[in-house]
Design a binder for this molecule. Structure first.
Ligand SMILES: Cc1cc2nc3c(=O)[nH]c(=O)nc-3n(C[C@H](O)[C@H](O)[C@H](O)COP(=O)(O)OP(=O)(O)OC[C@H]3O[C@@H](n4cnc5c(N)ncnc54)[C@H](O)[C@@H]3O)c2cc1C
Length: 313
């Protein structure tokens, strides 16, 4: 930092093998992409800046992934299945057709629910989901990998955007700002949107306030992803968090839309475009979608899953 601590001038590199060995790398601009474990908030308070407020949403997600041999005729040629977790349940999953004729099947549990890693348990867990598609894949297909498991305790949004002051020439981006519930696969997309916003931010202004301008320019992406993932998690009454009136209205609509998305490819595709961040959430309120949701609700279901909230692509 400059002696008055107003501007970042570089980074100090320390060898993990020899902490005594230190090197200072001077830089015109320092970008913190140190991920969820970034120490920028602590460094800022140590330097006399405001404390960075942290929004957290505890989801206690665990998931297990297995690869299976895929027959192109599986599920009538469908390549992606997303089984959302219904509001009164803790189990969901996803299957993606991937290279070399394989299915990547991930079973998900939230609020401490842990999918099993042994094949029999995995198949049984898939059978317990709200729709049979994943079970149809895993009960018959040959597994071609070991089970891999991961956990994710809480989504976390560090509100650098609410600071009155950031050091000049410091940019914070990616998971260092916001780490999303991985069930929705948004983290890399948001990090990429931020990277793309960086160009215009640097073209249009100087380096000094690039950090706060990038936070403003990319805020829509962080907000959309956060609202979508936290909104879905909050549908479960056991998840702690604020449920304002706007959330209640959106959630009520989504709970009507999702069963229709399961049967109606136009609504299903719109929903997937939104969770993949190819479209803004308002697309789901477009009259074209709204009318299909209302009409779709009135139509009797061909099959009646116990908790009908998946989307097929
Ligand atoms: C279990 C799990 C599953 C996920 N699945 C998906 C998915 O399907 N789709 C999706 O889009 N996103 C997914 N994500 C999110 C995605 O991984 C992150 O959003 C993305 O990796 C963020 O990129 P990043 O560069 O900001 O941070 P990271 O990828 O975390 O990279 C940070 C890097 O900085 C390094 N680093 C940290 N501190 C220092 C330091 N002091 N000095 C030097 N280096 C340092 C770290 O070693 C690391 O290499 C998942 C996340 C988790 C945890």
């Amino acid at each position: 930092m400059t002696p008055d601590r107003s501007r970042v001038t570089g980074v100090r590199l320390q060898s993990p093998h020899d902490p005594e060995q230190e090197q200072v790398l001077e830089a015109d601009l320092v970008v913190d992409t140190m991920g969820r474990g970034s120490r920028s908030p602590r460094w800022l308070t140590d330097l006399g800046y405001e404390r960075v407020e942290e929004q957290r949403l505890t989801v206690d997600v665990h998931y297990v992934t297995l690869l299976f041999r895929r027959d192109p005729a599986d599920l009538g040629g469908c390549q992606n299945v997303l089984v959302d977790i219904p509001p009164d349940a803790t189990r969901g999953g996803v299957a993606l057709a991937i290279e070399d004729g394989r299915w990547l099947v991930t079973l998900i549990g939230m609020l401490g629910e842990r999918p099993p890693t042994d094949l029999d348990g995995f198949v049984e867990y898939a059978r317990s989901l709200s729709v049979p598609d994943l079970h149809d894949i895993v009960r018959a297909a040959e597994p071609v990998s070991e089970a891999r498991q991961r956990a994710f305790p809480a989504a976390m949004w560090r509100r650098f955007d609410r600071l009155r002051r950031l050091p000049a020439r410091l940019v914070v981006s990616g998971d260092a700002v916001c780490s999303f519930d991985p069930r929705f696969g948004q983290g890399m997309t948001v990090a990429l949107i931020e990277a793309l916003e960086m160009g215009p931010v640097l073209d249009k202004g100087g380096l000094d306030d690039a950090g706060s301008r990038l936070l403003s320019a990319a805020r829509w992406a962080v907000q959309d992803a956060w609202d979508l993932a936290s909104g879905s998690a909050l549908a479960n009454p056991r998840v702690d968090g604020p449920r304002p009136l706007s959330w209640r209205a959106t959630n009520a609509y989504l709970q009507r839309l999702l069963p229709v998305a399961h049967r109606d490819p136009v609504v299903g595709a719109a929903f997937v475009r939104v969770i993949a961040m190819l479209a803004r959430p308002t697309e789901l309120m477009h009259p074209r979608i709204l009318t299909r949701v209302l009409a779709g609700e009135r139509r009797p279901r061909a099959t009646a899953p116990a908790h009908p909230t998946p989307a097929q692509m």
